[in-house]
Design a binder for this molecule. Structure first.
Ligand SMILES: [Mn+2]
Length: 287
């Protein structure tokens, strides 16, 4: 080993020892069905870059990333334009990580990446519960004629799981049909996150839990770098509280999606995303 300090392209504090790792970070920069402005393909790279302005040590958790069994595999190579093939690559990667007894943490990319990952997790945990933090309900049956889109992804997830096993928090944008679907098929808690999450905590304590976090749940003032910004969101402090509230749940997978650094010269969204990922990795690797 050469002397000196080197800063890798990987996420802060990650190593490349897959065999020893409990938590596996994978970038999936899918950027195919975003309706407003493109750029989420740059998300994983930006989150890794901004992770290096954080400490490896978390004050709140009193744990250090350098001591975590945590491997960053880098980004999946995805065929741009081939959405179905890309989703299949993502699902295979998630399935492999799960069958090796590890916990996948995916960095998007657009929100559609959640579908193949949840499908893989669900096939292992049939009683899975999904927690969905987002400004948008993402419950459209189709969007511009497409059944697989970042605007339909949570509907597909709700259909897959059945039985109102998707809990939605912070939602402040939906149409009437989406709300109608939510009334029957999901549990939708609008506008805020920490209060309803705390309220349902005991209800989901016994279930395997997957969390999908669209960074646009946070107000654009705190995270402008997103594909479809929606004013009136929670602050970054409330998001961090929500992350700490996950401690104690049986978390079996996590994704953070829709970071779009192209519209964020200050890097606020990727920086917040990096802090969330650090805390999530520390929580997951400690169990
Ligand atoms: Mn969203």
């Amino acid at each position: 080993m050469l002397d000196g300090s080197y800063r890798a392209a990987a996420f802060l504090g990650a190593n490349n020892d897959y065999a020893a790792a409990r938590v596996i970070l994978i970038g999936a920069g899918l950027d195919a069905t975003v309706c407003f402005r493109a750029g989420t393909r740059e998300g994983p790279r930006a989150v890794r870059y901004f992770s290096h302005c954080l400490e490896e040590y978390s004050m709140r958790l009193d744990r250090d990333l350098r001591e975590a069994a945590f491997c960053d595999l880098g980004d999946l190579s995805l065929p741009f334009g081939g959405v179905e093939t890309a989703l299949s690559h993502i699902g295979q990667a998630a399935g492999r990580v799960l069958s090796d007894g590890k916990i996948p943490v995916f960095l998007g990319g657009e929100h559609l990446i959640t579908l193949p990952v949840v499908t893989a997790v669900h096939s292992r945990y049939p009683d899975l519960v999904v927690l969905h933090l987002d400004a948008h309900a993402d419950l459209r049956d189709e969007y511009l004629g497409a059944a697989f889109s970042h605007a339909t992804v949570i509907r597909r997830v709700a259909e897959l799981l059945g039985g109102r096993r998707v809990y939605q928090f912070g939602i402040r944008s939906a149409d009437e049909r989406e709300l109608e679907f939510a009334g029957v098929n999901t549990r939708l808690y609008p506008y805020t996150v920490i209060e309803p999450l705390t309220a349902v905590y005991n209800e989901i304590l016994a279930s395997p839990v997957y969390v999908t976090l669209d960074i646009d749940v946070v107000d654009p003032a705190y995270a402008p770098g997103v594909g479809t910004p929606e004013p009136g969101g929670i602050g970054s402090a409330e998001l961090m509280e929500a992350v700490y509230a996950l401690k104690g749940l049986n978390l079996v997978g996590f994704d953070l999606v829709e970071v779009n650094p192209v519209y964020d010269p200050g890097g606020l969204a990727p920086l917040l995303a990096a802090k969330v990922i650090r805390e999530v990795v520390l929580i997951l690797s400690a169990r």
